[in-house]
Design a protein. Structure first.
Lengths: 199, 293
């Protein structure tokens, strides 16, 4: 396990050094995106329309934050990760088209995303589910709110973050997927567990 | 203080305590898991959990953005005064906590998809009533997260399989759940009764502290066996691999129909939030799960 501290924009070369089980902290620009934002971003790309922010080298966070406004400034109260599998249908195209380097969420992602990460150079960083205060604390300020019409959880929140993490590299750019490895090992253990219980 | 207002205040405090501060048995179990975990990813995630718990307490904000569906368990002394006011008081406490703590509005009409915005709605907050001796009212708040709720399971086992069937069902449920319920989890297992009874006692079992084994020695043994089996699956914290998939397994039972063998598994995330207080007849209040100044 190696600990990496990377600053955005992150290059392909930098991201390829990471392997599953490494720990990553990200400093710089992070953009939240859930289902609706992924869908719209891909629609924009198809139509040749520019996104409100250039995503190359940045981190994308599967998160619908709780944000409040104080004296005209947005304050992030809680920003825990949401389940990433829902974005699985968009993520490979998203990585390919926008060259994002880090996808952050919880629960892991599937084969399509793993292949795209290998091909285009990106990693999936698992953030501890429920650790919403820890995440919010790493957000130094909200740089912008885009696509607000999608609603607070679904909008693009552009955060300035400092050492956002720890992120466990669960999919690297070499085709390894930690969640799938664990599922495979658990499946192999199933019979032993049954035997120990005498069932 | 008027009894209705007192109940509302206590229930508000319970909700606030529950979502911001974990009971000490849960914190201790997470700390022990962190110390004993051998997988690197597991350790990193448990450390993040412990840091998050500490920040939440310091900053007085909810531990997790999902502050759950609000459920109350009420032990009503048969001689207690003000019982007719409990339901209204718990509803207004829920609305107040939603605004002031704040809690995330999590009460959605299943047909129209409309979110009530204040965590109340038809049958929500849900209240489980129990009538007891005496003149005090004991209230427990259980804010129940959705991610762990989604992997809860009910099995109608063949009675011939008996306890072996139960064990297999619990382990299959744990493996199927994998990373989804934010492990390490607390499992409530309810066996017997009927489908609804099994689930009801399974969920209630989540209220028993992790450091309190079952008083029934057979069940205590079963709990230990299931705990060890669940942790030998290797799912680990957050499903990233490791020794700690569960923090504890609490089993409760009811007598069953000869033809039925219901087994229910109620799932709780690592943030096993709960808070209990007792309102005495003289108006004094004791908080049983948390130290309150």
């Amino acid at each position: 396990m190696t600990v990496f501290k990377l600053e955005t924009p992150i290059s392909e070369e930098e991201i390829r050094k990471l392997k599953v089980n490494d720990v990553l902290y990200v400093t710089g620009t992070m953009v939240t995106a859930r289902d609706a934002a992924h869908k719209r971003a891909l629609d924009y790309f198809k139509k040749g329309k520019a996104l409100p922010i250039k995503l190359e080298g940045l981190a994308v966070f599967h998160c619908g934050p709780i944000v409040k406004k104080e004296d005209d400034k947005w304050i992030v109260v809680a920003a825990g990760p949401t389940t990433s599998t829902r974005m699985g249908q968009f993520e490979d195209e998203f990585i390919k088209n926008f060259n994002v380097r880090v996808i952050i969420g919880k629960g892991g992602m599937g084969k399509r995303t793993t292949i795209a990460m290998k091909k285009y150079g990106a990693v999936y960083g698992a953030f501890t589910g429920g650790a919403a205060v820890l995440a919010a604390k790493a957000v130094k300020h909200v740089k912008a709110l885009e696509w607000a019409d999608l609603g607070m959880p679904e909008a693009l929140w552009i955060f300035e973050v400092e050492e956002f993490g720890p992120l466990t590299v669960a999919i690297d750019s070499h085709g390894n997927n930690l969640f799938e490895e664990v599922i495979k090992k658990v499946e192999e253990k199933r019979t032993t567990v049954y035997e120990k219980l005498g069932v | 203080m008027e009894i209705g207002n007192l109940i509302e205040d206590v229930a508000f405090n319970l909700l606030k305590l529950a979502v911001i501060r974990l009971p000490s048995d849960v914190k201790e179990a997470l700390q022990r898991a962190y110390e004993e975990e051998t997988s690197e990813a597991g350790k990193v995630n448990l450390k993040a959990i412990l840091t998050n718990i500490e920040f939440a307490e310091k900053m007085n904000t909810p531990i997790c953005q999902d502050t759950g569906t609000i459920i109350f368990y009420v032990k009503a002394g048969a001689q207690a005064k003000g019982l007719e006011k409990v339901e209204a008081a718990l509803r207004s406490a829920t609305k107040r906590a939603t605004k002031e703590v704040p809690l995330r509005p999590n009460a959605v009409d299943p047909i129209t998809r409309k979110n009530s915005g204040d965590n109340t709605g038809r049958l929500i907050p849900f209240i489980h009533w129990e009538i007891t001796d005496g003149d005090s009212i004991e209230i427990t708040a259980l804010p129940k997260g959705g991610g762990s709720e989604n992997v809860s399971a009910l099995g109608m086992i063949t009675p011939g399989e008996g306890v072996n069937g139960l064990k297999k069902f619990v382990i299959d449920t744990v493996i199927e759940a994998g990373a989804k319920p934010c492990p390490p989890n607390t499992l409530g297992v309810g066996v017997g009764g009927g489908a609804d009874i099994a689930m009801k006692i399974a969920k209630k079992a989540l209220l028993r502290p992790l450091n309190q084994p079952n008083p029934n020695t057979d069940l205590a043994k079963l709990e230990k066996e299931l705990y060890e089996a669940a942790n030998s699956t290797g799912i680990g914290p957050m499903g990233l691999g490791g020794k700690f998939t569960v923090l504890g397994v609490n089993v409760e039972y009811a007598h069953r129909h000869p033809a039925s063998y219901p087994v229910a598994v109620a799932y709780q995330c690592w943030a096993a939030r709960r808070a209990t207080a007792c309102i005495n007849a003289d108006g004094t209040v004791e908080y049983l799960t948390h130290k309150v100044k």
